[in-house]
Write a protein that binds this ligand. Sequence first.
Ligand code: PLP
Length: 400
Amino acid sequence: MSIEDVILPSAGFPPPEMGEPYLLTPGPLTTAAEVKHAMLKDWGSWDADFREMTASVSAQLLAIAGDKNSEFDCVPMQGSGTFSVEAMLGSFLSKDSKTLVLVNGAYGKRIVDTLQYLGRAHAVIDKGDYMPPRGDEVAAALAADTAITHVVLVHCETSSGILNPVQEIADVVAFAGRKLLIDSMSAFGALPLDVNTIRYEAMVSSANKCIEGVPGFGFIIARKSELEAAKGNSHSLSLDVHQQWVNFKKTGQWRFTPPTHVVAAFLEALRLHEAEGGAPARLTRYTRNRDVMVSGMRELGFETLLKDRWLSPIIVTFFNPAHPNFSFNRFYELMKARGFIIYPGKLTIVDSFRIGCIGRMDEHVMRRVVAAAKETLAEMNVDNAYPPEAALKERARLAA
Ligand SMILES: *Cc1c(COP(=O)(O)O)cnc(C)c1O
């Protein structure tokens, strides 16, 4: 049997290959067989074919962002998503800038940590784990501090799954004449972030989220005027978005060794993205995944951290059940034995776990996830998945 026989079958949403579990995680996530197969070839980084592949990646990402007038450019950057976030912050925030960071979870906090490392002045609005930042409070903060030049927003805060109101924030920031940078890591490619309707200077995402590629690089989509103006800002040689951009324009090449196989896989992922119907179709599938999964889990007694209004179609946080027989580690292992890898919680106050809705899977898979959770609870002798009263009280108090 050749390797192709093992890895290549099928259309639609077949189970992962060779007995792999489904990854119900927000990246790395379950990818299509075609995406994995695209990595079975070596590419020379300097070669014209590979340069063309990189150019095609950038052009397709700019099309997804809706850049009809060529006002933006796309700059791929090696590393995980955080490398690209740090590259964006270090490159677009000049040394005399001051940034308002909108925090409601771990990824917002990571942005604050990054600015501390970079020594860039910043202020913070921290909404805790449960609530989105709102336009009126951002407007008030900008009016009160005229030194603030930039605002940073996390589009979907993957730690809780909260979907932040990006249009509302973008409108307020533009009205106040400040600049918006967006961490759209777990949203871009499914949720709308159209440059024609949402005003921003730069955004960042990565290969292994809603485009459904494998991990290895991120990308920054930014206004060309900002890319131009970013010269000399960066603290870092390798994370300098301006220099990376200049080099792509001049040579079509990455400045340092690119993740060639990952780029090849990403091109295949982009082809599947387009074939599915682009970001709107992907949003429809993920939304359906979420709705089927959440309603099934609620029938078992599980409660979501967030009200429906703020539930993203990307990932959903559930409270751990109050039942004394419940233990997350056991639940995790028994779900894994049934073919599903779930995700631990990342909240600061209450115990929780997360189930992702993104990746190469559809509502039929989500029904099996719910069935597996039901069997798992039975095996653990947990007859009801209802959360502790204290968790619900905490949620009510903070959301009030
Ligand atoms: C995944 C993600 C990141 C980047 O995380 P890495 O582990 O570095 O890839 C950043 N922000 C958000 C909102 C994310 O979901």
